[in-house]
Ligand binder design. Sequence first.
Ligand code: PRX
Length: 647
Amino acid sequence: MAKKILPDKKGLFYPTEEIKKRSWVNNKKIYEEADKNPIKFWEKVASELFWKKKWQKAFEHKPPFFKWFLGGKLNITENALDGNLPKRKDKPAFIWEPEPTNEKPRILTYGDLLKEVNKFANALKKLGVKKGDKVGIYMPMIPEVIISMLACARIGAVYSVVFSAFSPSALKIRLQIIEAKVLITADGYYRRGKPINLKESADEGIKETMVKKVIVVKRVGNKINWDAKKDLWWHECVKNQSENCPAVAMNSEDLLFILFTSGTTGTPKGCEHVCGGYMVQAYWTGKLIFDLHEETIFWSTADIGWITGATYSCYSPLLNGTTFILYEGCPDWPAFDRWAQIIEKYKVTVFYTAPTAIRMFMKYGSDLVKKYSFNSLKLLGSVGEPIDEAAWNWYFQKVGKGRCLIVDTWWQTETGGILITSLPGIGPFKPAFSGLPLPGVRFDILDEKKKRPPIGEQGNLILLPPFAPGLLRGTYKDPKKYLETYWSQYGKKIYFTSDAALKDKNGLIRIVGRVDDVIKVAGHRLSTGEMEAVINLHPEVVECAVLGIPDKIKGEVPIAFVVPEDKSPCPALRDKVINQVRREIGSIATLKEVYVVEDLPKTRSGKIMRRILRKLSTGEELGDLSTLSNPESVGKIQIIIKNANKI
Ligand code: PRX
């Protein structure tokens, strides 16, 4: 039995001798070595992988643009699949756990996975998909989603995964931007025991797009509409396809995938991730941070529609020859402890989830997890939103049983892979702190005037050159957005993360939260601007403001204030607005409350004062209202909120 990890006098946690011994890296000299020459350091990491042709130049910087491993040629699937074959042909690459408990899991060995990927890659080729073509993937957590991503990568098609719980409208706008020719989807999937008809959403989402063919996986066997001109069954596409398919040689800077994320404006932006840099970072961060070894069983609970899914529920474990778990459903279905059962069933050694999930497990009570020994666990991870001390302690004591360190990993869709967390073989760890930037990665915290705030005070988190190989190279078809979002606040040589953070005296970083219009709802990234744009489309709404307020379980939840067209709006307006957002974005964007108000508090220049609305909804002290052009609106909103909360 592993030893308990106890904090030192300063409240810091360090790895035990046993943990140090088994970790890939346990000497803090790595930080110095990497900092001396980060480019050389990343080159060393990249050399651990197979390149069809070695790069000629490691890094090029023409601010705000930069490139890594120039002249290098590779195919990520050769590293993720072929490279594992000599040793791991019969080793499970991943184990798929369906949500219904009466269904059997599916195990795909590295050998099986390569064959399936090749067959599907050949099927795509038969449909005319070539290098550089765009493919949409709108799929649940089933084995075929992994196969689809890898098959596209195999032939150099650029794919974009769209979260399966996103609405048809959200799918449509993404497919339109990338001009996808092919969409891969499924008839349905299970969510809390209920079959969800995904094909119906896909049918709606492809209207007014360039999608010519839709490949459908038969997962549920539900009744779906079928358009014989467009629709093809997956199983028929792969029938009789060869199990061999050469991996296309990709340039290091060729696009691998585009993943859309929310920002300040109404439309989502497509983050461009490239073959070489992304591969290096996905490989290295998994190895170093999750300490992936031959015997590791890794479970990242994130959905494949988000960057955590892409990097840590697919590429990172495969690039490290590790076995991972892919779970179709909700972690608390059919009972609150489904997640705990999965850990025990598969002897998971590294468990990676979001604070929202941890808080949800906590809510069910510690007694309920007592019966699980979690003996297999060696390391825990957290991602996506700040983890508060209470959740950290519960996770550490009740899941890790005081024997597992917690890597609180900070990163973003844009960064492609983790960039801040202390390392399990080195430490230190401190509750609610992400810790140190990775070796070879330079972060700083600056205030608005480009000065470092004093220790313990917050400022903006920024990333300095040479950045990291996995950082996005652009926002698809929108270079202006790229420049404005990341390279304007501190100039073209400093990447602005949009996060506020602080450093303690040990140099450990704590992420405070976003400084833009992004809110994190249950770890999911949503834009209040996008929700406002959707609400404003409603004919009965004149204007609105959406903001995030704290929530005990989900971290944050969105609420809206709407000004109706009609002075005496129909009582159903509240529900109409909620439905509008659900329909246009998806159920994850469900508004917790909608307040129908006469007027929104505004400055004299007409700017909506969201700060005041936030204080009104959380009951905080309002402070100075003298800058408002309509201070009378505040009292009226106060009454509306009070009355709504009474109901
Ligand atoms: O605000 C930070 C928060 O999530 C944002 C990025 O969201 P997304 O692109 O959806 O990627 C999430 C998964 C990588 C960040 O700007 N965030 C991410 N990790 C942490 C975090 N906040 C606090 N602690 C973290 N560990």
